[in-house]
Design a protein around this ligand. Structure first.
Ligand code: UD1
Length: 419
């Protein structure tokens, strides 16, 4: 199993090119199922999760090719609507094929994603919403079997909580339903707007982009198009955090400051100088120790749960103390014991944590537990005295493209070791 060996203490400086967003790439791939002519999506990040979904869609009989940063898909050969457990279990986002399959083919059998390291994460909202559009749903032997006679019928969907995947699934399904669907309490993450923009390019009729109410007027068919995945705001924030924690200066390019204003505000509160360009962001910590900053994770446009672990790591060496409340997921503080092994002072009570900054972290063997938690350990290692070994980095490969090369490019001493 691969590990990272990181020699801490380098002030990171330079440029990092940001990849396409994993969390946009996955729903865009699922949406290819809706198109009745070939579709081409570029700026695809080369990640394990993307490869998993490509494999799953290929298993449906779709002629799907992934070369360079581009995926092309042609659904004319699709011959089954079955997503098996062995693929779905490795990635929760596989459930995103459910809506498109029922909408276009009237039937789908998709494995339940099962448990996940960061909380129980059910899919009840996805299923309830599809039922509201007339799908008949049965859950049997770990599989969701959804069926509809003819087309789905437009309807009113009110989510009990803000769900990113639920909103995406039903948005895709509604594009081919008969009539108008109103989705209330919809998630407003930029990746949802990216999906809506591609669906519109495919011929869908969607109003209310960037708001919590999406109105979809169903059409009979959708066609292929050319589309580029939006920049990854979480990857952007993660590399800016690398500058903050090492007192360095990093410019992220091929990104968009408008996607992560809330995170940039936090960096400014830390005392960093943040400069925004049209498609770049530079963070200069000027060799200073950041001030610890408090925050609460909430749905977009508030502070994203996917940046919680990374900013906690920066706080660990911050001046003063900060409180962090995780309101989206239960059990998303698994990085805390690992950061503590490196000398961080963090007290957890339920979904709240108090971080009291220490002047220096020290190297220790640690273990990655989930995708974003893994990056927080990389950050801590970059700032720590000594050489840190991070185990189980397969979690990182799910969501950070070319991470060693990107970090080495800004002066980090990181290498991948196997065994
Ligand atoms: C997506 C992101 C993930 C991010 C999360 C929250 C992708 C591929 N993943 O995950 O990186 O951390 O949004 O921004 O885009 N819930 C239910 N029932 C449901 C659906 C969700 O109870 O049917 C709960 C979940 O357990 C969780 C909360 O709602 O507590 C939010 O989950 P959701 O927004 O659906 O997250 P994902 O789409 O899985």
């Amino acid at each position: 199993m691969d590990k990272f060996l990181i020699q801490g203490g380098q002030k990171l400086e330079g440029e990092v090119r940001i990849s396409g967003a994993k969390n946009a790439a996955l729903p865009l791939l699922a949406a290819t199922i809706l198109a009745d002519s070939p579709i081409r999506i570029s700026n695809m990040p080369n990640l394990r999760d993307v490869n998993t979904l490509v494999k799953l869609i290929a298993g449906l009989g779709v002629a799907i090719e992934y070369a360079g940063d581009t995926v092309t898909a042609d659904t004319s050969t699709l011959n089954n609507q079955f997503a098996p457990y062995d693929l779905v279990k490795t990635m929760r986002a596989s459930i995103l094929v459910l809506g498109p399959l029922v909408a276009r083919y009237g039937e789908a059998k998709v494995s339940l994603p099962g448990g996940c390291a960061i909380g129980s994460r059910p899919v009840d909202q996805h299923l309830k919403a599809l039922e509201a559009l007339g799908a008949h749903i049965e859950v049997e032997n770990g599989y969701v079997h959804a069926k509809v006679d003819g087309r789905l019928k437009g309807g009113e969907v009110i989510f009990d909580m803000v769900t990113v995947g639920g909103t995406e699934n039903i948005l895709m399904a509604a594009t081919l339903a008969d009539g108008v669907t109103t989705i209330r309490n919809a998630a407003r993450e930029p990746e949802i707007t990216d999906l809506a923009n591609m669906l519109i390019k495919m011929g869908a009729k969607i109003e209310g982009l960037d708001t919590d109410t999406l109105v979809v007027t169903g059409v009979e068919s959708l066609h292929g198009c050319d589309y580029a995945v939006v920049a990854d705001r979480i990857e952007t924030g993660s590399y800016l955090a690398a500058a903050a924690i090492t007192g360095g200066r990093v410019r992220t390019t091929h990104t968009d400051p408008a996607l992560l204003e809330c995170i940039l505000d936090k960096f400014e509160e830390m005392g960093a100088e943040v400069t925004r360009g049209e498609d770049w962001i530079e963070l200069d910590m000027q060799g200073k120790r950041p001030k610890a900053v408090s925050f609460r994770t909430l749905p977009h446009p508030d502070f994203p749960t996917d940046m919680q672990a990374q900013i906690m790591a920066v706080n660990a060496i911050g001046r003063g103390f900060a409180t962090i409340s995780e309101t989206i997921f239960e059990n998303r503080f698994m990085h805390v014991p690992e950061l503590s092994r490196m000398g961080a002072n963090i007290q957890v009570e339920g979904n709240d944590a108090v971080v009291t900054g220490v002047e220096k972290l020290s190297a220790a063997p640690v273990m990655a537990t989930d995708l974003r938690a893994s990056f927080s350990l990389v950050l801590a290692a970059l700032a720590a005295e000594g050489e840190t070994l991070i185990d189980r980095i397969y979690h990182i490969d799910r969501g950070y493209e070319h991470i060693e090369a990107k970090l080495q490019g800004i002066g980090a001493k990181i290498k991948r070791v196997s065994g």
